[in-house]
Write a protein of this length. Sequence first.
Length: 482
Amino acid sequence: MNILALETSTSALKVAIYSSDEGPMSVKSILYNENISNTITQNAEGVYNLLLSKIKEILPSQTYRIDAISLSGIWHSFLLLDKHRKPLTPIFTWADTRPAETVAKYRKNEQLWQSFYNKTGCTIHSIYPLWKIIYLKESQPDIFSKAAYITSQLEYIFEQLTGEFVESKTIASGTGMFNIHTLDWDDDILNFAGIDRDMLCKLHEPTYSAPLKSSVAKCLNLPKGLPVIIGGADGALNQIGAGALKKGIMTLSVGTSGALRLAYEKPVLPENTSTWCYYALRGKRLAGAATSGAGNCLEWFKKKAYRECGFSYKKLDEKAAETDIENAPIFLPFLYGERNPGWQDNRRASFIGLKGHHEIGDLYHAVLEGVLFNLYQCYLALTQITGEPDEIRISGGIENSSFWLQMAADIFGRDIITSGIQHMSTVGAAVLALNALGEIKDIEKYEPTHGKTYTPNKKANKIYEKRYETYLDYYQRTGEKR
């Protein structure tokens, strides 16, 4: 059985053909240009049209049949549609922190913060569509008054392919409006925000499917009525693709942003709200923590700070490997604000401890290290409530750098198991489709192949332990008081 897996992420789209017998057969990954996406916003029609064009490119060279299409997309995004179901706004992604001041106003209410968190697993933070909607209502009421429907990046793509206006519960759980206990939109929160339930999509499990529209099937030369699986959020599908719906398996994703996740049967909600909890599928919840700064910090450094040097990431790794670690600067990786553990939208990035002798490699080492220190903070916050995992399975752009992978093992002080497969969430979308079609009977028993295991170096681990304490001191001194 062959699945056409489509992923529309923050910085790129992926089109893959996955075989139930042979695994990934053909994969195309295409970075968005600036006319389609600037990370913070995306042009909905531009993303969809690019997706169609790349599907056309990958299909003609194939001689086998496609049995279903499955989707993966951004977890936290929203888009307003007019009464004719045309986009009124761009897609706003998780990286849009403009609502920070609006959020700060509501965050002062501790009772509201705790109530919303206990209901949804989401704190009061600008990454969540709920607060982007409230911000837009307050700052641009004319635009919101024209809105008839609220949707997301993934559901817009699903609607274009099938004509159905529905939402995956997995995507909904990352909006701040979905009750993690009842698995439905929360009416009290909708009333609080002044959102009519009729503006929102009907909710379905991520295995829900609808037939491909005849016009799209003809355009792509695919069978009429081909099932399109609604799928879900890239983070949840990463968990599926990594075979980590089982107890004790932690996934660590380091792509544009970063995240750690563990699967549970019930919501996991600590009193200090340092982590989040979202819905995966069939009753499974994901307890996790995430960072806004990861690969995007590397991209910033390469393109903005030293774009004239012309260094590749491989060259930057080589220079970073020459760093005197104990005397290197510290980097706080908050170019896009902070998610976990402190949820401070307005946090800013900075290099600390810079000296005249520091070279480009020292700074790049600090960026790589700072991203992992923030993720290690998340790890400590999460394992404080879940306990240590049996395994840590890593995926994402970090797999392109053996230097960074070894640094991760050294900082975490744990074996780090690579996936050996590119685009894990895209693979997860295909695995989900095979489960929906009955090809994979028990999705929790799915086990992928693995790549190399990185084992921590004890000496390096001791050095990073001391540097982490320095990082944490700077982190605490530069944060806001709640």
